[in-house]
Design a protein around this ligand. Structure first.
Ligand SMILES: Nc1ncnc2c1ncn2[C@@H]1O[C@H](COP(=O)(O)OP(=O)(O)OP(=O)(O)O)[C@@H](O)[C@H]1O
Length: 234
Protein backbone atom coordinates (compact mmCIF):
# COMPACT_ATOMS: atom_id res chain seq x y z
CA UNK A 1 0.00 0.00 0.00
CA UNK A 2 1.34 3.43 -0.87
CA UNK A 3 2.02 5.84 1.96
CA UNK A 4 -0.95 8.17 2.55
CA UNK A 5 -0.41 11.75 1.54
CA UNK A 6 0.43 14.27 4.26
CA UNK A 7 -2.24 16.93 4.22
CA UNK A 8 -1.24 19.04 7.23
CA UNK A 9 2.20 19.55 8.66
CA UNK A 10 2.88 21.78 11.67
CA UNK A 11 6.46 22.36 12.69
CA UNK A 12 7.61 23.89 15.95
CA UNK A 13 4.64 26.20 16.21
CA UNK A 14 4.54 28.64 19.10
CA UNK A 15 1.82 31.12 20.02
CA UNK A 16 1.22 32.90 23.33
CA UNK A 17 -0.91 29.87 24.28
CA UNK A 18 0.75 26.95 22.49
CA UNK A 19 4.25 25.64 22.87
CA UNK A 20 6.28 23.88 20.24
CA UNK A 21 3.49 22.09 18.40
CA UNK A 22 4.64 19.69 15.69
CA UNK A 23 2.32 17.26 14.02
CA UNK A 24 1.56 15.60 10.73
CA UNK A 25 -1.87 14.60 9.52
CA UNK A 26 -2.46 12.32 6.58
CA UNK A 27 -5.36 12.19 4.18
CA UNK A 28 -8.08 9.89 5.46
CA UNK A 29 -7.18 10.12 9.14
CA UNK A 30 -9.47 10.94 12.01
CA UNK A 31 -7.45 12.61 14.74
CA UNK A 32 -9.05 13.03 18.14
CA UNK A 33 -7.70 15.77 20.35
CA UNK A 34 -8.13 15.34 24.10
CA UNK A 35 -6.94 17.12 27.23
CA UNK A 36 -8.26 19.04 30.22
CA UNK A 37 -9.97 22.38 30.12
CA UNK A 38 -7.60 25.10 28.96
CA UNK A 39 -5.09 22.59 27.54
CA UNK A 40 -5.03 24.44 24.20
CA UNK A 41 -7.15 22.14 22.04
CA UNK A 42 -9.35 24.85 20.52
CA UNK A 43 -6.32 27.09 20.09
CA UNK A 44 -4.65 24.38 18.03
CA UNK A 45 -7.69 24.05 15.74
CA UNK A 46 -7.79 27.82 15.24
CA UNK A 47 -4.27 27.80 13.82
CA UNK A 48 -5.28 25.48 11.04
CA UNK A 49 -7.83 27.74 9.39
CA UNK A 50 -6.00 30.93 10.28
CA UNK A 51 -8.24 32.24 13.00
CA UNK A 52 -4.83 32.64 14.66
CA UNK A 53 -1.35 32.74 13.12
CA UNK A 54 1.74 31.31 14.77
CA UNK A 55 4.34 33.59 16.30
CA UNK A 56 7.01 31.05 15.39
CA UNK A 57 7.02 27.89 13.32
CA UNK A 58 5.24 26.86 10.13
CA UNK A 59 1.97 25.26 9.11
CA UNK A 60 1.69 23.65 5.70
CA UNK A 61 -1.57 22.56 4.12
CA UNK A 62 -1.26 20.39 1.01
CA UNK A 63 2.41 21.32 0.84
CA UNK A 64 1.85 25.09 0.90
CA UNK A 65 2.26 27.50 3.82
CA UNK A 66 -1.23 28.38 5.09
CA UNK A 67 -0.32 32.08 4.89
CA UNK A 68 0.00 31.73 1.11
CA UNK A 69 -3.68 30.85 0.72
CA UNK A 70 -6.45 33.40 0.34
CA UNK A 71 -8.34 33.10 3.64
CA UNK A 72 -11.79 32.35 2.06
CA UNK A 73 -10.21 29.64 -0.11
CA UNK A 74 -8.48 28.10 2.92
CA UNK A 75 -11.64 28.17 5.05
CA UNK A 76 -13.63 26.59 2.23
CA UNK A 77 -11.15 23.74 2.07
CA UNK A 78 -10.69 23.43 5.85
CA UNK A 79 -14.21 23.57 7.27
CA UNK A 80 -15.00 24.07 10.94
CA UNK A 81 -17.97 23.07 13.09
CA UNK A 82 -18.24 24.28 16.68
CA UNK A 83 -20.07 23.07 19.78
CA UNK A 84 -23.10 25.24 19.30
CA UNK A 85 -23.66 26.03 15.72
CA UNK A 86 -24.30 29.61 14.80
CA UNK A 87 -26.68 29.23 11.90
CA UNK A 88 -27.75 32.41 10.13
CA UNK A 89 -31.31 33.65 10.46
CA UNK A 90 -33.46 32.21 7.69
CA UNK A 91 -34.22 28.79 6.29
CA UNK A 92 -32.13 25.64 6.17
CA UNK A 93 -31.75 26.23 2.43
CA UNK A 94 -30.42 29.78 3.03
CA UNK A 95 -27.80 28.34 5.34
CA UNK A 96 -26.78 25.47 3.08
CA UNK A 97 -26.51 27.56 -0.07
CA UNK A 98 -24.65 30.52 1.43
CA UNK A 99 -21.09 29.17 1.07
CA UNK A 100 -21.46 27.53 -2.36
CA UNK A 101 -23.17 30.66 -3.75
CA UNK A 102 -20.14 32.73 -2.76
CA UNK A 103 -18.08 30.51 -5.02
CA UNK A 104 -20.78 30.15 -7.73
CA UNK A 105 -20.98 26.45 -6.96
CA UNK A 106 -24.58 26.08 -5.86
CA UNK A 107 -26.78 23.64 -7.78
CA UNK A 108 -30.46 23.10 -7.06
CA UNK A 109 -30.27 19.44 -6.06
CA UNK A 110 -27.45 20.05 -3.57
CA UNK A 111 -29.73 20.89 -0.64
CA UNK A 112 -31.50 17.56 -0.70
CA UNK A 113 -28.23 15.68 -1.08
CA UNK A 114 -26.62 17.54 1.83
CA UNK A 115 -29.55 16.85 4.12
CA UNK A 116 -29.39 13.20 3.17
CA UNK A 117 -25.81 13.05 4.51
CA UNK A 118 -27.03 14.22 7.91
CA UNK A 119 -30.23 12.17 7.75
CA UNK A 120 -32.74 14.98 7.57
CA UNK A 121 -35.65 14.94 5.08
CA UNK A 122 -35.71 17.26 2.07
CA UNK A 123 -38.81 18.94 3.51
CA UNK A 124 -36.47 20.59 6.05
CA UNK A 125 -34.99 22.84 3.37
CA UNK A 126 -37.80 25.34 3.82
CA UNK A 127 -37.81 25.20 7.62
CA UNK A 128 -36.78 28.29 9.56
CA UNK A 129 -33.66 27.21 11.46
CA UNK A 130 -35.10 28.64 14.68
CA UNK A 131 -37.79 25.96 14.62
CA UNK A 132 -35.29 23.08 14.65
CA UNK A 133 -34.16 21.18 17.72
CA UNK A 134 -30.59 21.69 18.94
CA UNK A 135 -29.52 18.35 17.49
CA UNK A 136 -31.13 19.13 14.14
CA UNK A 137 -29.47 22.55 14.08
CA UNK A 138 -26.13 20.89 14.70
CA UNK A 139 -26.72 18.49 11.81
CA UNK A 140 -27.63 21.43 9.55
CA UNK A 141 -24.41 23.12 10.67
CA UNK A 142 -22.51 20.03 9.51
CA UNK A 143 -24.38 20.00 6.20
CA UNK A 144 -23.57 23.71 5.75
CA UNK A 145 -19.89 23.02 6.25
CA UNK A 146 -20.02 19.97 3.96
CA UNK A 147 -21.69 22.15 1.30
CA UNK A 148 -18.28 23.73 0.71
CA UNK A 149 -16.82 20.29 -0.06
CA UNK A 150 -13.99 20.68 2.45
CA UNK A 151 -11.00 18.35 2.40
CA UNK A 152 -10.42 18.76 6.13
CA UNK A 153 -12.94 19.15 8.93
CA UNK A 154 -12.06 20.82 12.23
CA UNK A 155 -14.59 19.85 14.87
CA UNK A 156 -14.72 21.43 18.31
CA UNK A 157 -16.89 19.58 20.82
CA UNK A 158 -19.54 19.05 18.17
CA UNK A 159 -21.60 16.53 20.10
CA UNK A 160 -21.39 17.91 23.62
CA UNK A 161 -24.69 19.81 23.40
CA UNK A 162 -26.79 17.18 21.61
CA UNK A 163 -28.71 14.12 22.81
CA UNK A 164 -27.55 10.55 22.44
CA UNK A 165 -29.51 9.90 19.25
CA UNK A 166 -27.82 12.86 17.58
CA UNK A 167 -24.41 11.82 18.93
CA UNK A 168 -24.88 8.44 17.26
CA UNK A 169 -26.05 9.99 14.00
CA UNK A 170 -23.19 12.46 13.89
CA UNK A 171 -20.59 9.80 14.70
CA UNK A 172 -22.03 7.53 12.01
CA UNK A 173 -21.79 10.12 9.26
CA UNK A 174 -18.33 11.17 10.35
CA UNK A 175 -17.18 7.59 9.93
CA UNK A 176 -18.82 7.56 6.49
CA UNK A 177 -17.39 10.88 5.31
CA UNK A 178 -13.75 9.98 5.77
CA UNK A 179 -13.60 6.87 3.61
CA UNK A 180 -16.05 8.38 1.09
CA UNK A 181 -14.11 11.54 0.34
CA UNK A 182 -10.72 11.10 2.01
CA UNK A 183 -11.32 14.05 4.30
CA UNK A 184 -9.12 14.29 7.31
CA UNK A 185 -10.94 15.14 10.51
CA UNK A 186 -9.39 16.78 13.55
CA UNK A 187 -11.81 16.54 16.37
CA UNK A 188 -11.66 18.03 19.86
CA UNK A 189 -13.69 16.00 22.31
CA UNK A 190 -14.15 15.91 26.07
CA UNK A 191 -15.54 12.40 25.74
CA UNK A 192 -12.67 9.93 25.91
CA UNK A 193 -14.97 7.10 24.84
CA UNK A 194 -15.83 9.10 21.72
CA UNK A 195 -12.13 9.67 21.08
CA UNK A 196 -11.69 5.90 21.25
CA UNK A 197 -14.68 5.17 19.03
CA UNK A 198 -13.63 7.57 16.28
CA UNK A 199 -9.93 8.30 16.40
CA UNK A 200 -7.32 6.63 14.22
CA UNK A 201 -4.81 8.62 16.19
CA UNK A 202 -5.25 10.60 19.38
CA UNK A 203 -3.32 13.62 20.58
CA UNK A 204 -3.27 14.45 24.29
CA UNK A 205 -2.54 18.07 25.22
CA UNK A 206 -1.73 19.71 28.52
CA UNK A 207 -0.52 23.22 29.28
CA UNK A 208 -0.51 24.29 25.63
CA UNK A 209 1.74 21.43 24.52
CA UNK A 210 1.30 18.00 22.95
CA UNK A 211 2.26 15.63 25.73
CA UNK A 212 1.54 12.35 24.00
CA UNK A 213 0.24 11.23 20.62
CA UNK A 214 -0.19 7.89 18.93
CA UNK A 215 -2.55 5.30 17.48
CA UNK A 216 -5.72 5.63 19.56
CA UNK A 217 -5.89 2.05 20.85
CA UNK A 218 -2.27 2.13 21.95
CA UNK A 219 -2.49 5.55 23.59
CA UNK A 220 -5.42 4.52 25.77
CA UNK A 221 -4.12 1.02 26.51
CA UNK A 222 -0.67 2.17 27.51
CA UNK A 223 -0.47 5.86 28.44
CA UNK A 224 3.16 6.82 28.97
CA UNK A 225 3.01 10.20 30.66
CA UNK A 226 1.86 10.84 34.21
CA UNK A 227 -0.40 13.61 32.91
CA UNK A 228 -2.32 11.27 30.58
CA UNK A 229 -2.52 8.54 33.20
CA UNK A 230 -3.99 11.07 35.62
CA UNK A 231 -6.34 12.52 32.98
CA UNK A 232 -7.75 9.08 32.17
CA UNK A 233 -8.38 8.31 35.85
CA UNK A 234 -10.44 11.45 36.41
N1 LIG B 1 -8.17 35.00 22.95
C1 LIG B 1 -7.56 34.61 24.06
N2 LIG B 1 -6.89 35.50 24.84
C2 LIG B 1 -6.27 35.10 25.96
N3 LIG B 1 -6.23 33.83 26.39
C3 LIG B 1 -6.88 32.92 25.67
C4 LIG B 1 -7.58 33.24 24.47
N4 LIG B 1 -8.11 32.10 23.98
C5 LIG B 1 -7.77 31.13 24.82
N5 LIG B 1 -7.03 31.59 25.84
C6 LIG B 1 -6.46 30.81 26.95
O1 LIG B 1 -5.64 29.81 26.39
C7 LIG B 1 -5.75 28.59 27.10
C8 LIG B 1 -6.15 27.48 26.14
O2 LIG B 1 -7.48 27.71 25.70
P1 LIG B 1 -8.23 26.73 24.70
O3 LIG B 1 -9.61 27.27 24.49
O4 LIG B 1 -7.39 26.49 23.51
O5 LIG B 1 -8.27 25.40 25.57
P2 LIG B 1 -9.12 24.07 25.38
O6 LIG B 1 -8.19 22.94 25.61
O7 LIG B 1 -9.86 24.09 24.09
O8 LIG B 1 -10.12 24.19 26.60
P3 LIG B 1 -11.66 23.75 26.79
O9 LIG B 1 -11.66 22.26 26.77
O10 LIG B 1 -12.02 24.30 28.13
O11 LIG B 1 -12.45 24.36 25.66
C9 LIG B 1 -6.77 28.86 28.22
O12 LIG B 1 -6.04 29.12 29.38
C10 LIG B 1 -7.52 30.06 27.73
O13 LIG B 1 -7.99 30.84 28.82
Amino acid sequence: MSEAETIIQMENVHTPILQDISLQIKKGEIITLIGGSGAGKSSLLMLLNRLVDPGEGTIHYKGKDVREYEVPELRKSIGMVLQSSSLFEGTVLDNLSFGPKLFQEWEDDMGEELLEHVQLPASYLDRDVETLSGGEQQRVAFARTLANRPDVLLLDEVTSAVDLKNVELIEAFLLEIVPASAHAIIMVTHDVKQAQRLGDRTIFMDGGAIVEAGPTGQLFADPQSEQLQYFLKE
